[in-house]
Ligand binder design. Structure first.
Ligand code: PLP
Length: 387
């Protein structure tokens, strides 16, 4: 009755677990939420005020599909500085949230039967989009022993002249890992050799810890012409409900992506874009404070998880997730996640919600308060000790 492209869609694990957790809460159970990947901070006040003022000033109309000129200029300038490459405003397409940046470039680049490489475990939208385009999914495992960067041997085995697109996500959801420069150079050389495009999801690039930064594949010579950078305001600026993101692509592709905007959502809300200009150009102290807070939570969460016998986790370099290894218990991660929710009242995600490569891991978010994190991990510890 429905098309294969729609029949293939599955729910995101986080939404499914949230629904189950809320059903338990409705029965009077107390649930600790570690499953959600949304900032618990309010949007910085200056950005909120700019959005409100913009509504007052009449920014409530249709605007250019690819975005308000000033926002495209500001994004181009900052993205160019961050990645040390020239970017002009015509390469920037503003979108309602970052997710259109995951949909439109594959729609523009992948024909049915083309192969697409993507990280496993990885953000579930990648696999969904590949199926919608009719592309052939080629998941490549991220290896814990390699700080959750690609297994490069597996990557080399997966890539061929049939590969049309390579999706990268660094820092990563769900692992918090980053792809080191040497690996990016390896991937770039193969992409050039096989004439493949790269979609680089850099939504967590401003959420890096310990003074580190996540390199972008677009900065490698020869790569900008075949890379679409995707980034947005949802995470580092705590603007997830505003729906504001952007794609940066070579101009000819950006023009096509702008047309996909025209014929789908039309444009991104103008007052949201005005708030985005303020978020990027106004004071950055709140943004810096939020990142410092995430780092402190990460440190505590990692310390507490590593004190649970049989569980261990790496210290992720970015984003706001840890991805602890629970293989020693001999149970599937889906069963552990389900029982942690039902029996211990702790909601987190099974690594397998992010692909087969996530089996044996759990994903815990630390976009929540230290108190909640501590209570959640204490309950986890007690549950694991009884196993
Ligand atoms: N990419 C990754 C890796 C994410 O984790 C998310 C949100 O969780 C998105 C994209 C989507 O972001 P947005 O809410 O801006 O559409």
């Amino acid at each position: 009755m429905f098309t294969e492209r729609v029949n293939s869609l599955e729910n995101e694990g986080a939404y499914a677990v949230l629904a189950r957790a809320q059903a338990l809460e409705a029965q009077g159970r107390k649930i600790i939420h570690l499953e959600l990947g949304q900032p618990d901070f309010p949007t910085p006040a200056n950005a909120r005020e700019a959005g409100i003022q913009a509504i007052r000033d009449g920014y409530t109309t249709y605007v250019a599909s690819a975005g308000i000129r000033r926002l495209r200029e500001v994004i181009a300038e900052q993205a160019s500085q961050q990645r040390a490459i020239p970017i002009n405003p015509a390469q920037v397409v503003v979108s309602p949230g970052t997710k259109p940046g995951l949909f439109f470039p594959p729609l523009a680049l992948v024909a049915p039967g083309d192969e697409v490489i993507y990280p496993d475990p990885g953000f579930p939208t990648y696999a969904a989009v590949i199926k919608v385009t009719g592309g052939l999914p080629k998941p490549v495992t991220l290896r814990e022993e390699h700080n959750f960067s690609f297994d490069l041997d597996a990557f080399d085995a997966a890539i061929s002249d049939r590969t049309k697109l390579i999706i990268l996500n660094s820092p990563s959801n769900p692992t918090g890992g980053i792809i080191p420069q040497a690996d990016l150079e390896h991937i770039a050389a193969r992409a050039i050799q096989h004439n493949a495009w790269v979609l680089s999801d850099e939504i967590y690039s401003r959420l890096m810890f310990d003074g580190r930064s996540a390199p972008s594949i677009a900065s490698i010579p020869g790569m900008q012409a075949r890379t679409v950078i995707v980034d947005g305001f949802s995470k580092a600026f705590a603007m997830h409900g505003w729906r504001l993101g952007y794609m940066i692509a070579p101009e000819a592709l950006a023009e096509r992506l702008g047309l996909l905007m025209t014929h789908s959502v039309g444009c991104t809300a103008a007052f949201t874009q005005m708030a985005g200009i303020e978020a990027l150009t106004g004071p950055q102290d709140v943004v810096t404070h939020m990142a410092a807070e995430y780092q402190a939570r990460r440190d505590r969460l990692v310390e507490m998880i590593n004190a649970i016998p049989g569980v261990h986790t790496q210290t992720p370099a970015g984003a706001f997730y840890v991805f602890p290894n629970v293989k020693s218990f001999g149970l599937s991660s889906a069963e552990i996640a389900r029982r942690l929710l039902d029996e211990a009242g702790v909601a987190l995600l099974s690594g397998s919600d992010f692909g087969a490569g996530g089996e044996g891991y759990l994903r815990s978010s630390y976009a929540t308060s230290l108190e909640v994190i501590e209570e959640g991990v204490q309950k986890m510890k007690a549950w694991f000790e009884k196993l």
